[in-house]
Every structure is written in C-alpha cells, then in structure tokens.
Design a protein around this ligand. Structure first.
Ligand SMILES: NC(=O)c1ccc[n+]([C@@H]2O[C@H](COP(=O)([O-])OP(=O)(O)OC[C@H]3O[C@@H](n4cnc5c(N)ncnc54)[C@H](OP(=O)(O)O)[C@@H]3O)[C@@H](O)[C@H]2O)c1
Length: 223
C-alpha cells in the first residue's frame, strides 16, 4: 500500500488513475483548486486537498506531501488557456511540486508529459508554448535526485481502455485512450523498471504491464 498524491486531482486522467490506485489499496490524495470537486474525488476513491498550484509555494505544498511515497503531476492549464498559464501551470506548477516533494522527502515523481516535447517549435502559438513549458518541467524533474519517470503520451482520447500500448523512448505519433495512460501511470508507480526512464506511449499491442517492464530492459542506446 502506498500513499500517492496527484496534482491536478480532478483531471480526467487523474480520476481514472485514482480509481485504479484505490482499487489496489493505495491511499490517494488529489490536489484540487476547487473544494467543490471533493465529492468527485471521493467517488473515485481519493481524498482532496485544496491547493492552487499557481499560488502555493514549495514549502506550503511540502506540508501537504508529508508521508507520501510518490507524487504524480497530472495537472495542466488546458487547451483553452493562453501562453501565460502554460508557464504558470505546466512548467512552474510541476516544478513547485518537485521542490515540495524534495522538501517533504518524497521518493518518487511521475510526470505526465506529452509527445512533441523533444523538439518543440519556437513560435508563439499556445500549443508551441505548452510544449516548451512541458519540456522545461521534464528537464527539471530529470535533473533531480528523486526517482523519476517521465511519461509522454500521444493525443489523448476518451475511448475505452485497450490495456495495450506501444511504449519506448521514441514511437510513431498516435493516439492513446486516457484510460490506458492511467494504466501506464499505475504500472509505473508499482514497477521499478520505469525509474529514470523517459518514454513516449501510444495505442499499441503490448499489454501495459509488459510494456512498462520492458522499458527497464531497453539499453541506453535506445535513449
Ligand atoms: N489532451 C491531450 O491530447 C494530451 C496529450 C498528451 C499529454 N497531455 C497532458 O495530460 C494532462 C492530463 O490530461 P487530462 O485530459 O486529464 O487533463 P484535464 O482533464 O484538463 O485535467 C487537468 C487538471 O489540472 C487542473 N489544474 C489546472 N490549473 C491548476 C492549478 N493552478 N492548480 C491545480 N490544478 C490545476 C485542472 O483543474 P480545474 O478543474 O481547477 O481547472 C484539471 O483538473 C494534460 O494537462 C496535458 O498536460 C494531454
């Protein structure tokens, strides 16, 4: 049993992940900025802590992470937001969570990132800024001393889980159901093979648990 804190606790992937974690007996805490979302979290087996990632500082957030075994960054400014919130949520929110995890002695950080962050465009389109913000957050996480994993899914869909994916450092562009991303995050949190791994994931043929276990057997030449 682990205690896992999910930033962006009311997000679609976060709720699917909460349900899975709670079903296996983990204690799940979701960070939300609206207390009215607490009932939805409870329905998915998670308790809620009200924190706005854009205003909390690392010390304040660390107090909420005491005793956690892992944190998951599943928040995002969302498609309707402008460049400013890409920086304040997608980059700075993730880094505040990282610094808070370090202060609280949390061992593990799982980042829900995105495909396209390897070489993001330099223009001012919101999506380009989003990719650069995600890339900066990923870099900070990978430079840390925590046990980290960076998961970069393709375009998210609301299709039912297939429980099968393709996961590797680089994969062909594609889609992946949010439910399968939740399964990947669940597997990453319970399998050391993905420690220190950065990988892309799309819909595929390999069972999720095997795909995650295989990551640990890929050579550094794949990186
Ligand atoms: N869409 C795609 O195709 C795609 C592809 C690859 C990766 N991703 C990444 O995957 C992430 C999760 O996807 P999703 O569909 O689950 O996203 P989602 O449903 O939009 O969830 C994002 C969550 O972040 C929360 N949030 C935003 N600002 C916050 C703040 N200042 N403090 C605390 N929480 C805040 C939102 O809460 P509120 O309800 O308060 O706004 C929301 O619950 C995305 O954010 C994106 O970075 C997406």
């Amino acid at each position: 049993m682990a205690r896992i804190v999910i930033a962006g606790g009311h997000g679609q992937v976060a709720l699917l992940l909460s349900r899975r974690l709670a079903d296996r007996g983990d204690v799940v805490v979701g960070l939300v900025r609206d207390a009215a979302q607490s009932d939805d979290l409870a329905a998915h087996g998670a308790s809620a802590v009200v924190v706005d990632l854009e205003t909390v500082d690392a010390a304040g957030l660390a107090a909420e992470l005491e005793g956690a075994d892992a944190v998951v960054f599943a928040a995002g400014a969302g498609p309707g937001s402008g460049a400013e919130r890409k920086w304040s949520v997608d980059r700075d929110g993730a880094i505040t969570l990282l610094r808070a995890a370090e202060l609280a002695g949390v061992d593990r950080y799982v980042m829900l990132s995105s495909m396209g962050t390897d070489d993001p465009p330099e223009d001012d389109e919101a999506f380009s800024v989003y990719l650069r913000a995600k890339a900066a957050a990923d870099e900070a996480v990978m430079a840390s001393d925590l046990r980290w994993t960076v998961v970069r899914p393709g375009r998210l869909t609301d299709d039912e889980a297939a429980n099968r994916v393709t996961a590797a450092r680089h994969v062909e562009r594609g889609e992946v159901p949010r439910a399968d991303v939740a399964a990947v995050l669940d597997a990453v949190l319970h399998d050391d093979h993905a420690d220190g791994r950065l990988f892309e994931v799309v819909r595929g043929q390999e069972p999720v648990d095997e795909a995650v276990a295989t990551l640990g057997r890929q050579t550094l030449a794949d990186d």
